[in-house]
Write a protein that binds this ligand. Structure first.
Ligand code: AKB
Length: 316
């Protein structure tokens, strides 16, 4: 039977790119993009969907005969701290609705993104292993850590094939992030290409795990397409790309824009970043389904600059 895929949170940083990849793999007619915000630029089916509303979710699933859900909607680490209880409520409610609808409809697979935000100050800071102690310091991180347990519970109790990755900060030219602590690592490239000064909300030496969009999408597809027997971790897999700090990015950007100006004005997001790992050990992902990142900082920077230049100065 052909897969019918629903993407929730399709307008987000990852969702907008993932929808196109899924359309490419499954066919335009077999992917339904959905988001709470109606403006979008997808070809193919699109539904305005509030995933906190289970009835609405079920209606969409039934009307298209959905067999797989990619649930990408969430309030992220920085934005989530403004309204902790609302963040918990929304993130958990959406996940429960997705898990329940997928269980009742006996779906083939569910993808639930987790994050490096599940780690807190009691996990090793460097080369953080998959099984490290989880004491997240943000509500977003708490919702992801709890979500991982619920994903595993639905697998063990009901046999629902839920798969998950702990994404680092995602860097891509195709879309903008919103409300995260790693957002600076995308914004900085837009400023560089526009030849404007960048004000960085993290300290210059704050090293964080990051991943290029193309690697993040490929990892998602490789995890989701791996044979079920190979998926040994049912909470979430650590996923690594490359680790670097704002000053590392600036050094690389100045190879292209030697006069690029940066001012450091750390805010509350510095405290969030300070409790996250500096680098991630993703040996289990490599072992179980063959994960291997392709983009290091140098390639990320040159690709970001090249692609954003095309976007800002349209070719004749
Ligand atoms: C955030 O910064 O909140 C996200 C994440 C690492 O999950 N990009």
């Amino acid at each position: 039977m052909k897969a019918k895929v629903l993407v929730i949170g399709a307008n987000g940083q990852l969702g907008s790119v993932l929808v196109k990849e899924l359309q490419h793999r499954h066919g335009l007619d077999n992917v339904v993009a959905s988001d709470i915000n109606k403006s979008h630029n997808f070809h193919g089916a699109f539904e305005v969907l509030d995933a906190t509303d289970k009835t609405q979710l079920l209606e969409v699933v039934e009307s298209y005969g959905i067999t797989q859900i990619y649930h990408l909607a969430a309030i992220l680490s920085a934005k989530g701290e403004a309204n902790p209880l609302t963040t918990w409520d929304l993130n958990m409610k959406m996940l429960f609705n997705v898990l329940e609808v997928a269980r009742v409809q006996e779906m083939d697979k569910v993808f639930f993104p987790s994050s490096i935000a599940v780690f807190g100050e009691d996990a090793p800071w460097v080369n953080t292993p998959n099984k490290a102690y989880l004491n997240p310091a943000t509500v977003y991180g708490m919702s992801k850590a709890a979500g991982e347990q619920w994903a595993q519970y639905y697998f063990l109790r009901y046999g629902l094939d839920v798969r998950s990755l702990r994404y680092p900060g995602v860097i891509g030219y195709q879309s903008l992030p919103g409300g995260g602590t790693t957002d600076y690592a995308v914004e900085i490239f837009h400023k560089a290409v526009l030849e404007e000064e960048f004000v960085c909300f993290l300290n210059e030496d704050t090293t964080l795990p990051m991943i290029f969009m193309d690697d993040a999408i490929r990892a998602t597809m490789e995890l989701m397409e791996a044979p079920k027997r190979d998926i040994k971790i049912r909470t979430a897999y650590n996923l690594a790309g490359s680790s670097f700090s704002p000053e590392d990015i600036v050094r690389e950007i100045r190879k292209f824009y030697p006069d690029f100006m940066v001012k450091y004005e750390p805010d509350f997001r510095q405290d969030i970043a300070a409790k996250w790992p500096k680098s991630i050990n993703d040996d289990e992902a490599a072992l179980d389904w063959g994960w291997k990142p392709e983009y290091d900082l140098e390639i990320i920077v040159s690709t970001m600059i090249e692609k954003l230049k095309e976007q800002y100065v349209p070719q004749q």
